[in-house]
Write a new protein. Structure first.
Length: 244
C-alpha cells in the first residue's frame, strides 16, 4: 500500500479514519513498554484527528449524496410503477363500459380493490359485489368510512342515498360514507343531502376517471371532497372542479 498509495486511496482513508476514531488505546499498556506506547499514541491521535477531518467531511458529503441518489431512484421507480398500474386500471375502466351488468359489477370491484391497494388505503376487507352494488369499508386519515358503489343505467336518486345514510347512522358517530355512482346522481339527491349536515359525500365516474388518468390521487381526492363537504355542506364536488 505504501509503495502504490494511488491504488489504495480509499483503503488508506478507511484506515486513517478508523485510527482517528480510537478514543482510548489502552490495550497498548499490555505490550512491552506499554505505558510509554500508550502515552505516545494519545499524543499522536490528537493531530491525526485534525488531519483526517477534511477526509471525513468529504466522506460524509459523499455518503449523503449517495443516500439522496438512492432515495431519488426509489421515488422515480415507485412513480413509474404507480403510473403503469394506473394505466392498467384506466384500460380496465374503459373495457367495463361494454360489459353486461353482472360482469360490470365484478370488474368494478376488481378495479376499486386494486386502486385502493395502489394508494395504500387501509381497506377492512375486499369490496364485495351484491348485484350491481359494491359494499366495503376503509380507513382514511383516522376516520372510518363505509363505501357503496354502483354502476347502473340510471343516476342514483334520493332513495338510494337514504338507504346508505341509514346504514351510516347505525354506526359510530365518527363513521362517514362515500357513495360512488358511476353514472352520477339526480340533482335533487345532491341538493337534499347538502341541506342536512350530511355524514357522506359523493363520487361519480368522472372522479374515477380523474384518478386513473393520474390527475389526482385517491387519498387527495377523498381529502378534498371531505374538506369541501365540511366547509360548505355540499356533498358533491367533482374532481375536475377541485383541480381547476
Amino acid at each position: 500500500m505504501a509503495a502504490k498509495p494511488h491504488r489504495y486511496t480509499e483503503q488508506l482513508i478507511d484506515l486513517l479514519l478508523a485510527t482517528a476514531d480510537i478514543e482510548d488505546p489502552s490495550w497498548l499498556k499490555r505490550l512491552e513498554d506499554g505505558d510509554e506506547k500508550y502515552r505516545a499514541a494519545l499524543v499522536a491521535l490528537t493531530p491525526l484527528r485534525k488531519q483526517v477531518e477534511p477526509y471525513r467531511r468529504v466522506r460524509t458529503e459523499a455518503d449523503e449524496a449517495e443516500r439522496r441518489l438512492r432515495e431519488e431512484q426509489a421515488r422515480a421507480a415507485q412513480l413509474q410503477a404507480t403510473r403503469s398500474k394506473l394505466n392498467e386500471l384506466k384500460n380496465l375502466l374503459l373495457t367495463i363500459t361494454a360489459e353486461d351488468p353482472q360482469r360490470r359489477g365484478q370488474s368494478l370491484e376488481t378495479l376499486l380493490n386494486q386502486l385502493f391497494a395502489l394508494f395504500d388505503i387501509d381497506t377492512k376487507s375486499s369490496f364485495r359485489v351484491v348485484g350491481e352494488q359494491i359494499d366495503g369499508a376503509f380507513t382514511h386519515e383516522g376516520t372510518e368510512f363505509l363505501l357503496e358503489a354502483r354502476w347502473r343505467a340510471v343516476r342514483a336518486a334520493v332513495k338510494d342515498l337514504d338507504g346508505f345514510s341509514g346504514t351510516i347512522d347505525r354506526k359510530l358517530d365518527n363513521t362517514l360514507g362515500v357513495f360512488l355512482s358511476v353514472n352520477g346522481f339526480e340533482p335533487t339527491a345532491i341538493e337534499l343531502f347538502s341541506q342536512n349536515r350530511p355524514r357522506l359525500f359523493l363520487m361519480d365516474g368522472a372522479d374515477l376517471s380523474a384518478v386513473v388518468d393520474d390527475r389526482i390521487s385517491s387519498p387527495d381526492l377523498l381529502t378534498r371532497k371531505r374538506q369541501h363537504a365540511a366547509h360548505t355542506g355540499e356533498v358533491f364536488i367533482g374532481a375536475y372542479s377541485i383541480l381547476s
